[in-house]
Write a protein that binds this ligand. Structure first.
Ligand code: SF4
Length: 88
């Protein structure tokens, strides 16, 4: 399982979640060159340890456990994972 960032992050990119994550699973950070090029942040499913700390940190309520992602945002599961597949 993993956690997933969804539509409510688009255009917001608050980054409070980045600071809350104990394993640096959320990218890009404000220091990353690609920060301005993405429309929302992403969680690496291979790094996420399912702690849930990012959920209350998000002011947009954009983050869900994979199993709880609302139907209309299910495509964000692949979108989050795909971001890191491209980075490899
Ligand atoms: Fe990081 Fe925990 Fe959120 Fe996974 S659930 S992205 S490990 S804060």
């Amino acid at each position: 399982m993993t956690f997933v960032i969804t539509e409510r992050c688009v255009g917001i990119k608050d980054t409070s979640c980045v600071e809350s994550c104990p394993v640096d699973a959320i990218k890009p950070t404000l220091d990353d060159e690609e920060f301005d090029d993405v429309d929302h942040l992403f969680i690496d499913p291979a790094t996420c340890i399912d702690c849930g700390a990012c959920v209350p940190a998000c002011p947009s309520d954009a983050i869900f456990a994979e199993a709880d992602v609302p139907d209309q945002w299910k495509h964000y599961i692949a979108k989050n994972a795909g971001y890191f597949a491209k980075a490899c």
